[in-house]
Design a protein around this ligand. Structure first.
Ligand SMILES: *Cc1c(COP(=O)(O)O)cnc(C)c1O
Length: 429
């Protein structure tokens, strides 16, 4: 365990509970090796970032070689090989996946999912501003999560997470989550929001599955219809693929399954295979073109110090090469099939409900009596139970989910699902 006098202020951690804080020394594949000799199965890909597995040899080599060649350089008015390689690779890959006559054509780099979202929102507002039709309102979906910076929180679900900051958050237009059977309500709300005479600038949405909001899934056909509604009203569609990107839903991008191309696509987490931070916001030509002018006041006013860091780009280029040379979706399909089987077996469990899965993500809810939710008392208890079982799992309230790296074995997955069954016996009340 880490020294409890450590000055580290941990994210999303209530230090007052005194929960154990395991110290991780090494990681390989789907395993984390702790300083105390324990080994954990990384059931959540180290918070949804690791895709192929920890320390994937080709990504490690790419990082090592790049670090010795060019560590960091300014991207404002300069360029470098790894950034060019990644930008071209992203345009090639999204073009092949999404097959649109008006494809994603430009890549803006940043360094986290939150910044990729901020950039996407600024691109959308900048577009309307620069073409002389200013629009400021953003449509969002209930239960969404888009990051923890002020702008990203503004377009995300409001709750205990951002209560202290609400005076700073901007107003948005919220449509309901498409609960199975009540999808039409969502479509009607989107139609009404898009049709408002004060036309919104954009609709931002997590395609196919809302992650931090509780692993809530909806159909690809519905995503397609929502994209069509935005298209009819010329409201820009921003797809937040920060979690869903790089295979989580079974295809490289979730938008593939709906056969849509968003106007703006945000990616981060798995872009480098999860090894180092890097994010990208892709846009269609018209958004970039609206920022091209002899007028310097129309340039895109955004940068972060490490924009397109060469080491991170080298890792992303290696990741893209893996996607282009191997059948990664086949690997995910095998995981998905095994998950479906194990989840099906748990669906009869008297204290579990709402089993759902998409690609390599499986989720199920533990029945809890009092108002379930993120702060449900059961979450820390479950976390501790899973840690004892040698598993890194971090339930969202009473929602237990697995989102492993694509190298996980069936035996390792079985240990996760066996433990979920045991937890359901012990922790439901
Ligand atoms: C994680 C996440 C983000 C934020 O990404 P960070 O890299 O943590 O800033 C944004 N959107 C979605 C859908 C996410 O899952």
């Amino acid at each position: 365990m880490a020294d409890n006098r450590s000055p580290i202020w941990h994210p999303f951690t209530q230090h007052g509970l005194g929960e154990p804080i395991p110290k991780i020394e090494q990681a390989r594949g789907a395993l984390l090796h702790c300083a105390n000799g324990n080994t954990l199965i990384d059931g959540i890909s180290s918070w949804w970032v690791i895709t192929h597995g920890h320390c994937e040899p080709r990504i490690v080599t790419a990082i090592q070689e790049q670090a010795a060649l060019l560590d960091q350089v300014i991207l404002a008015g300069y360029t470098h090989g790894p950034a060019e390689q990644v930008a071209q690779g992203l345009i090639r890959l999204t073009g092949k996946e999404l097959r649109s006559p008006d494809p994603l054509a430009h890549v803006f780099f940043s360094d986290s999912g939150s910044t990729a979202v901020e950039v996407g929102l600024k691109m959308a507002l900048g577009y309307w501003h620069n073409i002389g039709q200013p629009r400021h309102r953003i449509i969002v979906m209930e239960h969404s999560y888009h990051g923890d910076t002020i702008g990203a929180m503004s377009v995300g679900e409001r709750g205990v997470f951002n209560q202290a900051y609400t005076p700073l958050l901007f107003d948005v237009v919220k449509i309901p989550f498409p609960v199975a059977g009540a999808e039409q309500e969502t479509l009607d709300a989107l139609e009404a929001a898009c049709g408002d005479p004060d036309t919104p600038a954009a609709f931002i949405v997590e395609p196919l599955i809302l992650g931090a909001g509780g692993m809530l899934t909806y159909d690809a056909a519905l995503l397609r219809t929502m994209a069509e509604i935005c298209g009819i009203h010329d409201v820009l569609l921003i797809a937040d693929e920060v979690m869903t990107g790089w295979g989580r839903t079974g295809t490289a991008f979730a938008c593939t399954q709906a056969g849509i191309t968003p106007d703006i696509l945000c990616m981060a987490k798995g872009l480098t295979g999860g090894a180092v931070p890097l994010a990208a916001t892709l846009s269609r030509s018209r958004i970039f073109d609206a920022h091209v002018s002899q007028d310097r006041a129309k340039m895109f006013f955004h940068s972060s110090s490490f924009t397109a860091n060469p080491i991170a780009c080298a890792a992303a280029a290696a990741n893209i090469a893996i996607w282009e040379s191997e059948d990664v979706p086949a690997r995910i399909a095998a995981i998905s099939a095994h998950m479906a089987e194990r989840l099906d077996a748990l669906s009869d469990h008297p204290t579990l409900e709402n089993p759902r899965h998409v690609g390599a993500i499986a989720a199920i809810d533990l029945k809890v009596p009092q108002g379930a939710g993120y702060l449900s008392d059961v979450a820390p208890a479950l976390r501790a139970f899973f840690l004892d079982e040698g598993l890194l799992l971090r339930p969202l309230g009473n929602t237990i989910y697995a989102m492993p790296p694509y190298c996980i074995s069936h035996e390792q997955m079985d240990r996760i699902f066996d433990a979920i069954g045991t937890a359901a016996d012990q922790y439901a009340r």
